[in-house]
Design a protein around this ligand. Structure first.
Ligand SMILES: O=P(O)(O)OC[C@H]1O[C@](O)(CO)[C@@H](O)[C@@H]1O
Length: 936
């Protein structure tokens, strides 16, 4: 028997908490009905994502514009049609189950929730408009909503009472329902023809209660209260529907108002993903599940009655909560108010989204557009392949076989699919923390981290800036001693919060920063206060978690361990730093959710507009044709997004002899300076045209271009997700496992070996240079003894020679203190190289890039040439052996030099060409200038 039918035979019906046009019209809903699905629920937030996140409704909107309707009227037409279509599909279920199931719910506008009359009028109007028997009108269970239920049931309209969190509120809802049946009977109506469910919310209760439980160190109650509360509600349900009053109604054909478990998607990633389905199975109940939970349940959910089990335990858990002074009534009342507010906000956003759609349609604006140039047929074939193999659906089903034969480092790396949802649930906790920080007068936040732990925070800090009254956030990801010392001077520890951010909890750079700044802060504020200046963001049970506890950090944020660094922008790694500078995270994450909806399986890239899938297919397909240098042309303000996406693409795709090279921050030149290995991404804001002309030239020259136009910076929420999904899909196309980084370790091992030798011998064992040039030591793989022959031998005399030597790109690695003037110099050298070799040139600061593009450099097809600039340091800084201890056996200067030469060796070991220049820290600019001149 089908799993859902088995569940139904235990007395529980599964409904689907999701709707959108193509999901209905392209047969997905029908398929689920065939699997035993018994109902559908919607809410303003679901419609917001569906309409804003897809082009499913565009045709209808076009027609409706012609009819001169208002935005509100257009909205209504769209949703009424969806509900009608879904209700028609559900009708056979309605009949087959004798009108028990087969319902589709539509919510009255949440803005009316505090007005009984308005709610009643609106519900009646919608019911009439829908013209279907198997619909339920959803009404929020506010005090004003209670009379509405009585009147609506009394009028023969089926009702789904929603946003119930609280036991007393549930009793009121049940009472209002009984009154409604009595009223209908008095009015001579047929009470057997009316139906109702009481939507009792689950996971949000745990999210809020867990915060309080945490504060009281009562871990055993974590993740328990939502289910305990529901079990108690179920006991009450059973009592109510055994009273003589009920029996009298039942005799006349009345149906019980079933408890419907809502909000049953898991928000805390450390809980089992089907906990709120498995734990709530009982007779005469419904569970409405979001798509992800549906998939999880179908895959491994259990089929055992649990609602009647361990009632005593549930009651004692609730009692214990009371004894801990946690007021569940207060929390649940607050949750209802917040729920209403959030639905009202979604409703407002939905209206804005429709307005924007109308504008876009009228002006024929396309915020995402692919110009494939000569590759249209191949891209279309790949799209078909993607569709036939159900790749997008399988990604959402977390099917590791999309990328490999084994689940290792895939199955436990897909947490990012849920990040926007999970993070939204954590906002109240994060905001509470930020308020405490602001109150205590912290002015600066210095984030200590590498790669995926630092690049998204940098995007937030550089793109959004600091809101008034929030902290100034800067990022330290350079171990160059002068950079470390610069921050030591720039930020007064007394006013600074240090964010130690590392997924693995053991990254050497991050730990070195942490120990250094801990000691500096300790000296300034004393042992009692030092922990107050530090927070950690890390995975559960990491080395950092242990140390942060020992050192009494003021807060430890534990992230979902199923998310890799480069996929962590929308998880705690990105959003905690963003909250500290006052980014409106609700807006950002909701924007990401619109993109989540856009990337769903139901939104087929061929028939729908699944832009992440399209982008991924384009990236993968063109890379197979040798267009594997993805070049970003961005608005100035979006520059740092380029750095984030650079790591995502490079580290995900650059392995097993393949890879897509991201090129960011290149000067835009005339088309003649580019080879046929490029695809351009033009990422800009609307009403901005600075680079339009150049991009047109690239199109005319036959380069494929993807245009992405953002309305405002908050759309970056969606952009993070779009690129994550696209990269995962490009991985599928290229037959690459996008979530591991097999070559990163090589450089780390070699650097560690050098450091071990240093500790033994008291000096770093560096190789011998090939030659010296005015104090600059030059290292190379060949036997050149002057710089001109070196460049000619390694790079080539001109563009043709460069290619003949099987070179495709040059990566400049600068192990120097990053600053503006060095930046300028490096970029002018980059342009010179590009002009001469007509090839992609990238620039990265070491050791930062090792955690970003370093994987690709050693893992790709080996067509890169590497130029290292390494400077010694005027001043060095000691790395304490342990936090709180003066003793030091190594300095930042030693560490960075070991890393540079370690990487040189790793590159050489992988057969890459490497040219290294080592010069004095007092003469960085002079030395780089000299090298550039010699090249010229
Ligand atoms: O967050 P962590 O564990 O410190 O890692 C930082 C970065 O280092 C890498 O593991 C590469 O070394 C990246 O994948 C990651 O983003």
């Amino acid at each position: 028997m089908l799993k859902l039918n088995q569940l139904a035979s235990l007395g529980q019906s599964i409904w689907y908490d999701y709707i959108r046009r193509q999901f209905i019209t392209r047969g997905e809903l029908q398929k689920l009905i065939e699997k035993g699905l018994r109902g559908v629920t919607s809410n303003p937030s679901i419609f917001e994502k569906a309409i804003a996140g897809s082009s499913d409704y565009d045709e209808d909107i076009k027609e409706l514009i012609e009819q001169d309707l208002t935005v509100q009227e257009i909205y209504e037409k769209l949703v009424v049609k969806d509900i009608q279509l879904a209700a028609s599909l559900m009708l056979p279920v309605y009949y087959k189950t004798n009108e028990l199931d087969g319902y589709v719910s539509l919510e009255v506008s949440p803005t009316l929730a505090h007005n009984s009359h308005a709610t009643i009028d609106e519900a009646k109007r919608l019911y009439k408009l829908l013209e279907r028997k198997n619909v339920m009108i959803k009404v929020p269970a506010t005090q004003e909503g209670l009379p509405a239920i009585t009147e609506l049931i009394g009028s023969g309209i089926s009702v789904n009472m929603t946003l119930i969190f609280n036991i007393d509120n549930y009793k009121q809802v049940a009472e209002a329902y009984l009154k409604g049946l009595e009223l209908l009977s008095e009015r001579g109506g047929d009470i057997s023809k009316v139906s109702s469910v009481a939507s009792f919310f689950i996971s949000r209760i745990d999210a809020d209660v867990d915060k309080e439980v945490n504060k009281r160190n009562a871990d055993h109650l974590k993740g328990k209260i939502a289910i305990a509360n529901a079990k108690v509600a179920y006991q009450i349900f059973q009592k109510i529907y055994h009273t003589p009053r009920w029996k009298a109604l039942e005799k006349r054909g009345a149906r019980v108002q079933r408890l419907l478990w809502a909000s049953t998607g898991v928000k805390n990633p450390s809980y089992p993903d089907t906990i709120y389905v498995d734990g709530l199975i009982g007779k005469q109940t419904v569970n409405t599940v979001p798509p992800a939970t549906f998939n999880d349940f179908m895959d491994h959910g259990s089929l055992i009655i649990t609602l009647d089990e361990n009632i005593e335990e549930a009651i004692s858990q609730l009692e214990e909560l009371k004894s801990l002074d946690i007021d569940l009534d207060k929390i649940t009342n607050q949750l209802q108010a917040e729920g209403l507010e959030s639905f009202s906000k979604s409703f407002e956003n939905l209206m804005k989204a429709i307005e924007l759609k109308i504008e876009n349609i009228k002006e024929e604006r396309k915020p995402f557009r692919v110009i494939t140039s000569g590759y249209q047929a191949s891209v279309e074939n790949s799209m078909l392949e993607l569709k036939m193999q159900r790749i997008v659906e399988r990604i959402w089903e977390k099917d590791y076989t999309v990328w490999g034969d084994r689940p290792d480092e895939i199955s436990n790396r897909l947490g990012w699919l849920k990040s926007p949802d999970v993070s939204l649930e954590m906002l109240s906790d994060i905001y509470e923390f930020v308020e405490s920080i602001r109150k205590e007068g912290f002015k600066n936040a210095l984030l200590l981290g590498m790669g995926g732990s630092s690049l998204a925070p940098e995007v937030f800090s550089k793109t959004f800036g600091t809101k008034d009254g929030y902290l100034n956030l800067e990022i330290l990801d350079s171990t160059h001693p002068e950079k470390v010392l610069e921050y030591n001077k720039k930020f007064d520890p007394e006013e600074t919060l240090y964010i130690v951010s590392t997924k693995s909890g053991g990254t050497v750079e991050t730990f070195s920063f942490m120990k250094f700044f801990y000691n500096q802060t300790l000296a300034k504020v004393g042992i009692k206060n030092v922990g107050n200046h530090f927070i950690a963001i890390t995975d559960p049970q990491s080395g950092l978690e242990t140390i942060a506890k020992e050192l009494k950090f003021r807060k430890i944020f534990l992230n979902d361990p199923n998310i890799g660094g480069r996929y962590s922008a929308l998880s705690l790694f990105g959003i905690v730093p963003a909250a500290l500078i006052g980014v409106d995270l609700d807006k950002l994450l909701n924007n990401a959710l619109v993109m989540v909806c856009n990337s769903e399986g139901a939104n087929c890239p061929i028939h729908g507009d699944n832009t992440p899938a399209k982008l991924g297919v384009v990236m993968g397909t063109l890379a197979e044709f040798g267009r594997d240098k993805i070049t970003f042309i961005t608005s100035k303000q979006l520059k740092y997004f380029g750095n984030w996406v650079e790591q995502l693409i490079a580290e995900s795709t650059g392995k097993i002899g393949k890879g897509i090279l991201p090129v960011v921050g290149e000067e835009i030149l005339e088309p003649e300076y580019y080879s046929n290995d490029r695809i351009f991404i033009h990422l800009k804001f609307e009403n901005e045209s600075a680079n339009d002309e150049s991009v047109e030239k690239f199109k005319r020259a036959g380069h494929p271009v993807v245009e992405i136009i953002l309305k405002d910076i908050y759309e970056l929420g969606g952009e993070f997700f779009r690129w994550e999904m696209a990269t995962a899909i490009a991985g599928w196309k290229l037959n690459i496992q996008p979530f591991d980084q097999p070559n990163v370790e090589a450089a780390k091992i070699l650097a560690r070996e050098m450091l071990a030798e240093y500790l033994k011998e008291g000096k770093l064992n560096q190789p011998n240079p090939n030659f010296e040039m005015n104090g600059i030591k030059v290292y190379s793989n060949d036997y050149s003894s002057d710089i001109t022959s070196l460049f000619n031998n390694q790079l080539g005399r001109n563009a043709e020679d460069f290619r003949e030597r099987e070179n495709q790109y040059i990566a400049i690695h600068a192990y120097v203190k990053p600053n503006e003037s060095v930046d300028k110099l490096l970029h002018s050298f980059r342009t010179l190289l590009q002009k001469k070799y007509k090839s992609a040139i990238t620039v990265g600061y070491g050791p930062g890039f090792l955690h970003s593009t370093g994987q690709l450099h050693k893992g790709d097809a080996g067509k890169g040439v590497f130029i290292q600039f390494i400077s010694t340091s005027k001043n060095d800084a000691a790395i304490p052996d342990n936090a709180g201890d003066e003793k030091s056996t190594m300095s930042f200067g030693t560490l960075i030099t070991a890393q540079a030469f370690g990487d040189r060796k790793a590159l050489k070991n992988s057969g890459r060409k490497v040219i290294t220049f080592l010069f004095d820290g007092t003469e960085i600019e002079k030395s780089i200038n000299q090298i550039v001149k010699a090249f010229n």
